[in-house]
Design a protein around this ligand. Structure first.
Ligand SMILES: Nc1ncnc2c1ncn2[C@@H]1O[C@H](COP(=O)(O)OP(=O)(O)O)[C@@H](O)[C@H]1O
Ligand SMILES: [Mg+2]
Length: 240
C-alpha cells in the first residue's frame, strides 16, 4: 500500500540575519508513514525532531526536500510547495497536530476547546459535546473543570485538554510531539491505548515520545535523527 506521507531529503535551517549565522535544524530526513501505523522519530535534543513535524504541518517552510502527502482520493500534494490555502484545508480535514502546549482563546470553556475541531467539520454541537465528554472522562479530567477555560489549569490538565482536542477528530495523518510528557503513568497508559485504537482505525501517525519505552510500545517504524553540524562549527578550529 502507498504511504500516506513520504518524506525525502527534508532539510531545514534558520538564517539569523542579524548575526549572519546559519542554524541547521534537520538535514536529509527520509521517512514514510503508512495508514494504521506509527512512525517514531528519535534522536538527541536538538536533532530536529520537532522541526520535522513543524515542516509537515508547515509551521516551518522547509529549506530542502519533498514531503508527499496522499489524500483519501489518492491525489498527492508536496507539502513543501503547497499553497497556504491548501495547507489550511489539509489542517482542517486531514492533518492533526498535538504538541506539548495548549494554545487557545482565553474565554472558551475546556469542553468547547475540545469540541472545536469537530464543530469546524460540521458535526452538531450536541454530538461534538458527547464525544468530548467521553474523551475527557477517559483522560481523567474532573467534570468540574469541563466548563472552565483551561488558562488556569495545571500543566498536566492542559495537556489532557490538548490531547482530547487533538484526538477528537480522526485526521488521516496525526503528528504528535511528546504528547504524554507531563502526564502520570496511569493517564499515559490511557493515551497509549487511545493511540492504538486510533491506529486501528487506519490513521497514520508521526510521533515523538519523551521516553524510549513509549516508542517500543507504539512504534511500527523508528527513524533516528542525528544532530546536524553547522558549517561554521566544522570550520572553527578545535580547542584542545
Ligand atoms: N524557530 C527557530 N529559530 C531558530 N532555530 C530554531 C528554531 N526552531 C528550532 N531551531 C533550532 O533547530 C534545532 C533543532 O530543534 P528541534 O527541532 O526543536 O529539535 P528536537 O525537537 O529534536 O529537540 C535546534 O538547534 C534549535 O535551536
Ligand atoms: Mg522537540
Amino acid at each position: 500500500m502507498n504511504p500516506i506521507l513520504e518524506i525525502e531529503g527534508l532539510g531545514k535551517h534558520f538564517q539569523l540575519h542579524d548575526q549572519n549565522k546559519l542554524i541547521p535544524s534537520c538535514a536529509n530526513v527520509r521517512l514514510e508513514v503508512h495508514g494504521g501505523q506509527l512512525t517514531a522519530l528519535v534522536g538527541p535534543t536538538g536533532a530536529g525532531k520537532s522541526s520535522v513535524l513543524k515542516c509537515v504541518y508547515r509551521t516551518y517552510l522547509p529549506s530542502a526536500g519533498r514531503m508527499i502527502y496522499r489524500d483519501a482520493a489518492g491525489h498527492t500534494t508536496d507539502l513543501a510547495l503547497a499553497s497556504e490555502h491548501r495547507m489550511l484545508e489539509l489542517r482542517q480535514r486531514d492533518i492533526g497536530f498535538v504538541t506539548q502546549f495548549l494554545h487557545c482563546l482565553p474565554r472558551r470553556s475546556a469542553i468547547d476547546v475540545v469540541c472545536e475541531p469537530l464543530v469546524m467539520q460540521g458535526v452538531s454541537r450536541d454530538d461534538a459535546h458527547r464525544r468530548a465528554s467521553e474523551l475527557l472522562s477517559l483522560l481523567h479530567v474532573p467534570e468540574r473543570l469541563w466548563g472552565v477555560p483551561p488558562a488556569t489549569f495545571s500543566g498536566g490538565e492542559k495537556q489532557r485538554i490538548n490531547l482530547a482536542r487533538g484526538l477528537i477528530a480522526r485526521p488521516r495523518l496525526l503528528l504528535l510531539d511528546e504528547p504524554t510528557a507531563s502526564l502520570d503513568p496511569v493517564t499515559t497508559d490511557r493515551v497509549i491505548e487511545l493511540i492504538d485504537s486510533i491506529k486501528a482505525e487506519g490513521v497514520a501517525m508521526l510521533a515523538i515520545f519523551h521516553a524510549p519505552e513509549l516508542v517500543r510500545r507504539t512504534a511500527n517504524q523508528v527513524v533516528e535523527l542525528t544532530r546536524p553540524v553547522a558549517v561554521s562549527e566544522l570550520l572553527e578550529p578545535c580547542t584542545p
